[in-house]
Design a protein around this ligand. Structure first.
Ligand code: FAD
Length: 367
């Protein structure tokens, strides 16, 4: 992870040291200081362009940072990932520039609400509707699971637009201040996994959003430029976050010289191969373009990474041994956290038919 650590030191100096000193156990607790530490380090402005006051990090830089965050705290990586993907991929609307300036200048977080907690449902079929008002939209519904929901300064929520001009087939991303009237957060879960990610339910009751804060995503039946950018960045960055979690386990194996040299090198090589693939896809990616082949490649890498991470995490946990697993619990925490890569949309089995048709020349559709 040498390159990733140098990127972190170049862009967010001192962050890794502070996260290491805090320790994974505390960062993975329900009272994790991780998002506060990342905010104080200037992390929210990471991928905001330099001309808007941000650090102007590239997509490859962002992959590196997500890996480092994942190694220290998968919860922190999962929560930050939603913010970074939103900043990179949100289609521009009238409010975007001011929002990004504020994000960089005041170190603000943006949460992303697409999922609605309906098993088997597509993230591109929101039941949250936006009803037309004279100069804006009225939103009602709930988003869950929604990470970053305690620390968020803004929520971006996917909605289906209902008006005389649209039949509900158009999707938009509404930008909503977290303290707007009608926004509330309620607990969503009781599992101890990834509790530091602040993943809860965000409820919207008669929340009014002006036109200038609606970012259009188009018709989700086709993979247009906006959706292509969203999936391209999300698949790469979420994968890097979980590569990071597996890297945290492997780092400990290396530090404690557990296993044989052959086993240690196998673990390192497996993760470096995934990271090299992610970087290759990221370097070829032109954000804002309609690029189905790039999205498909990002998905292939992600699904392959899921398998690799399963193998690496299982072997690393075994080499670390039963005592750390039972006593400190950190290897158990990371081992169970890495499994969640499989739960981010679109799932491997949900995408199988669509990719099978795409390789035969049909358009790529995200179900
Ligand atoms: C830690 C974490 C944080 C998250 N944070 C956010 C967030 O901040 N914002 C957000 O919008 N979402 C977030 N999500 C939610 C995520 O976006 C998914 O929407 C949600 O996890 C889907 O729920 P589910 O796993 O029950 O999926 P389901 O859709 O019920 O799928 C469960 C399994 O069923 C199978 N399956 C599903 N559909 C099909 C199909 N069509 N064909 C064949 N098999 C299928 C797959 O094996 C899949 O893995 C988060 C998820 C996790 C795990």
């Amino acid at each position: 992870m040498t390159d990733e650590l140098s990127t972190a030191e170049r862009l967010l100096p001192g962050l890794d040291r502070q996260l290491r000193e805090t320790g994974t156990a505390e960062l993975e607790s329900a009272t994790s200081p991780g998002l506060r530490i990342f905010r104080q380090a200037g992390g929210p402005g990471l991928v905001v362009p330099g001309e808007l006051g941000g650090l102007g990090a590239s997509l490859v830089d962002a992959l590196h940072i997500q890996r480092v965050l994942g190694a220290r705290s998968p919860s922190l990586a999962v929560a930050v990932n939603m913010h970074v993907c939103t900043v990179l991929a949100m289609p521009p609307c009238a409010a975007t520039e001011d929002l990004l300036r504020a994000v960089a200048g005041d170190h603000l977080y943006i949460a992303s609400g697409f999922g609605e907690g309906r098993p088997g449902a597509s993230v591109l079929a929101p039941t949250m509707r936006a009803e037309r008002l004279e100069k804006g939209w009225r939103l009602n519904g709930a988003k869950k699971p929604c990470s970053l929901s305690e620390s968020m300064d803004f929520l971006t929520a996917s909605v289906a637009l209902s008006s005389a001009d649209t039949d509900g087939s158009e999707m938009a991303l509404a930008i909503i201040p977290a303290d707007a009237e009608g926004v509330s957060v309620r607990p969503f879960r009781s599992s101890p996994v990834l509790v530091g990610s602040e993943t809860h339910e965000v409820v919207l009751t008669d929340v009014d959003v002006p036109d200038e804060c609606m970012s259009l995503l188009g018709d989700p039946q086709s993979l247009n430029a906006a959706l292509s950018t969203a999936f391209h960045t999300f698949e790469l960055l979420v994968t890097a976050s979980y590569v990071g979690a597996a890297s945290g386990l492997v780092e400990t194996v290396l530090e404690r010289r557990r296993g044989t040299a052959a086993e240690r090198v196998e673990l390192v090589g497996e993760l470096e191969t995934v990271m090299a693939s992610l970087e290759a896809v990221a370097r070829a990616c032109e954000l804002g373009q309609d690029d189905p082949a790039g999205v498909a490649r990002a998905l292939y890498v992600r699904y392959s990474a899921q398998r690799t991470i399963e193998r690496v995490a299982a072997l690393a946990t075994e080499l670390l041994g039963g005592t750390p697993y039972m006593v400190s619990g950190v290897s158990a925490t990371l081992f169970s956290a890495v499994r969640a890569l499989a739960f981010h949309p679109p799932s491997r089995s949900a995408m199988a038919d669509a990719l099978d048709r795409f390789v035969l020349g049909e358009p790529l559709i995200i179900p």
